[in-house]
Design a protein around this ligand. Structure first.
Ligand code: URA
Ligand code: ZN
Length: 390
């Protein structure tokens, strides 16, 4: 089988055993607690969100056991996974503890990947790669971050990126103190996976019990939208053209709101002359997972990304293939089926969504399923960002 036909999951999480035991040792969120049902059965629950609804979520081996990850991959035909720590990462720790734990967890993740199986059709490729952690926590001294980035890039060959939340060192991703971080990430080529955790505040959700639906369906993507927009408005993508950012959940609302954003910028004297390009141009500088659960949404994102180049100031007006910036993901082990099923509905829906984009050629679909990820993460060479021919 050609490597370009592989199914590659770029959005899949783990709570490594060392991290899970930190969560078990805590008495406030984020934590894992054991509770007992009326019939005396014990059950582990995960409490991680601010104002966690429904007493948290059931948690088990799917969240930490590598064999469970591989079984899930086999069951859904996933050849390669780029595994990332799940939220809230190290955000709740003081910097010195976060620094130590980040180093330990990155070493754990390297071994999780390196000692795992290889792709059957090509033993040069492992089935597991990773996104590492940085001690990017509130109060982190920004000058310490480039060293953490270099260590990750130099010492862990199976770690191809970092996963980060939206708060940076406490002031968000537009904090000028983070400049050395962006510079070092751009220099190493590590892919920055930007992922939400906090949502937009529980007061937005009212008092009716709606489980996790509102924070997950709306709060998560709005949080990502705000964070990446602030980063763009701070000129980070202008100053660091080599920075490679992958947005969770297909970029939240950014593609849908990008023309409105451009118009607001054009009508605000504070922003006059600040950015090198029209706001819509930056869509073409980003990567988007295809965790949107619907063909119409994927089609829309790829159209918006494909048109981005037309908004370059001073040239480069041709339309590009927006799908080449989009990559399949599952969000495993979140969104498990509520009843017994062979395949997870959340995965099947994301695969059907890719299949259902009528405007995409078979080549483009193969790219979104795997080829684009292999190129982005340097497994097929990094020079060409077009989709492969199989
Ligand atoms: N819920 C989470 O807390 N994290 C995810 O990544 C997905 C769902
Ligand atoms: Zn996720």
């Amino acid at each position: 089988m050609s490597l370009r036909k592989l199914l590659v999951d770029v959005h899949t999480h783990v709570y490594l055993p060392r991290y899970a035991s930190v969560l078990r040792s805590r008495s406030n969120a984020p934590r894992i607690l054991t509770r007992y049902t009326p019939s005396g059965q014990s059950e582990d629950r995960l409490l991680i969100l601010d104002d966690e609804p429904s007493g948290g979520r059931p948690v088990g081996a799917q969240y930490w056991d590598r064999d469970e990850k591989l079984k899930f991959m086999d069951r859904h035909g996933i050849d390669i996974s780029f595994v990332s720590s799940a939220n809230p990462w190290l955000d709740f720790l003081p910097f010195s503890e976060a620094q130590t734990l980040a180093r330990e967890l990155n070493a754990d993740l390297e071994s999780y990947c390196a000692t795992g199986p290889s792709v059957v059709s090509d033993a040069n490729f492992k089935r597991l790669y990773g996104f590492g952690l940085l001690p990017l926590v509130p109060g982190a001294p920004a000058e310490s971050l480039p060293a953490a980035v270099s260590q990750l890039a130099n010492e862990h060959p199976h770690i191809r990126g970092v996963i980060i939340g939206t708060r940076g060192a406490g002031l968000g991703l537009d904090d000028p103190a983070l400049e050395p971080l962006w510079a070092s990430l751009a220099e190493t080529g590590l892919v920055v996976f930007l992922h939400p955790h906090y949502g937009v505040g529980a007061q937005a959700w009212g008092t009716r019990e709606n489980g996790h639906v509102l924070p997950l369906a709306l709060g998560f993507p709005f949080e990502t939208t705000t964070a990446i927009t602030r980063l763009i408005l701070a000129g980070v993508l202008d100053r660091h053209p080599d920075l490679r950012i992958l947005l969770a959940h297909s970029g939240g609302a950014l593609p849908q709101l990008s023309s409105r954003l451009a118009s607001c910028i054009d009508h605000d004297p504070v922003l006059l002359g600040r950015l090198a390009h029209d706001a819509r141009w930056y869509l073409g500088r980003l990567w988007f997972d295809a965790v949107a659960y619907g063909a119409a949404e994927l089609d829309f994102v790829s159209e918006a990304v494909g048109r981005a180049n037309r908004y370059a100031r001073g040239g480069g007006k041709e339309r590009k293939e927006g799908s080449s910036r989009m990559l399949f993901g599952t969000d495993h082990p979140f969104f498990p089926p509520l009843g017994e099923t062979e395949k997870w509905r959340s995965v099947v829906e994301n695969l059907e969504a890719i299949e259902g984009v009528e405007r995409w050629s078979e080549e483009e679909k193969a790219g979104v399923r795997g080829g684009n990820a292999l190129r982005l993460f340097g497994l097929l060479g990094t020079t060409k960002m077009t989709t492969g021919t199989g």
